[in-house]
Design a protein around this ligand. Structure first.
Ligand SMILES: NC(=O)c1ccc[n+]([C@@H]2O[C@H](COP(=O)([O-])OP(=O)(O)OC[C@H]3O[C@@H](n4cnc5c(N)ncnc54)[C@H](OP(=O)(O)O)[C@@H]3O)[C@@H](O)[C@H]2O)c1
Length: 233
């Protein structure tokens, strides 16, 4: 297990609020330098404020993940502020309004897949090869335990795609010290999870860090459940 991440650089997408903000906080506690990300610089103010007490370097990068051009701009900014990305934490995602399954329009399917899946693919393509070349890296793809909710099909189907992408990537990296895993945070009271969710956003730590601190020959292509780690240090 690698619990000291001093000198490593992580990009955490969607770290302006919710679970991503906790992931950024947890990584800072392990000494990791950070590129925090949200749609606007203003949205990142709270996260930057939470990270000031840590002895790590933090750079904000703002931009939409909802299309190829804005994604290219995000990647360009990350490359400007960080020497490399050692840990790619693909956390940002959107859900969709609860709708009878046969009535979703294609625009909703497309926008959910763009942010939740295609953006992930593009970020992996941007930062995965560097990890392979340096023979070290962690890619964590945030999934969901959502089941039996056809009224949220674009969201839940996008997470099934995330799980399959995770397995394919793990195979690509199997002979390296790059580990790729998926993680389900649990049902969490955030803007996405809603006020009736079972657990607080703070409960996602330390579990969301588990796929990062795995050994170099540790789990690869696995599916972590953050709430399983609730009672451990
Ligand atoms: N909450 C739950 O119960 C739950 C359950 C299972 C899985 N998850 C997963 O956990 C992850 C985090 O969810 P959360 O509940 O923390 O969500 P959240 O509170 O809604 O936060 C979403 C984050 O993603 C960013 N984001 C959203 N749309 C974006 C876009 N088009 N371009 C760029 N950034 C965008 C937001 O940035 P801005 O602040 O700038 O808008 C924000 O930082 C997601 O992958 C979600 O699917 C959540």
């Amino acid at each position: 297990m690698k619990k000291n991440l001093k000198g490593k650089w992580a990009l955490v997408t969607g770290s302006s609020r919710g679970i991503g903000q906790q992931i950024a906080l947890g990584l800072a506690q392990l000494g990791c330098n950070l590129v925090v990300h949200g749609r606007t610089q203003e949205n990142l103010t709270a996260t930057l404020g939470m990270l000031t007490d840590f002895d790590v370097t933090v750079h904000p990068v703002a931009g939409e993940l909802d299309g190829e051009a804005p994604l290219n701009a995000v990647i360009e900014q990350v490359n400007k502020v960080a020497p490399q990305v050692d840990i790619l934490y693909n956390n940002a995602a959107i859900s969709c309004p609860s709708t009878p399954v046969f009535e979703f329009d294609m625009a909703t399917w497309m926008s959910v897949f763009q942010v939740n899946v295609f953006a992930m693919v593009k970020l992996v393509n941007a930062f995965g090869p560097g990890m392979k070349a340096r023979n070290w890296g962690r890619i964590v793809n945030v999934s969901s335990g959502i089941a039996d909710q056809p009224n949220l099909a674009p969201y839940s189907v996008s997470k099934a795609a995330v799980d399959k992408l995770t397995q394919d990537l793990a195979f690509e990296f199997k002979d390296t010290a790059v580990r790729v895993n998926a993680v389900d945070p649990g049902w969490i009271r955030t803007d996405l999870g809603g006020p009736d969710a079972w657990d607080s956003v703070e409960s996602t730590l330390p579990g969301m860090l588990a796929p990062v601190i795995v050994a170099d020959n540790g789990p690869n292509g696995d599916y972590f459940r953050a709430q399983d780690f609730k009672f451990f240090d």
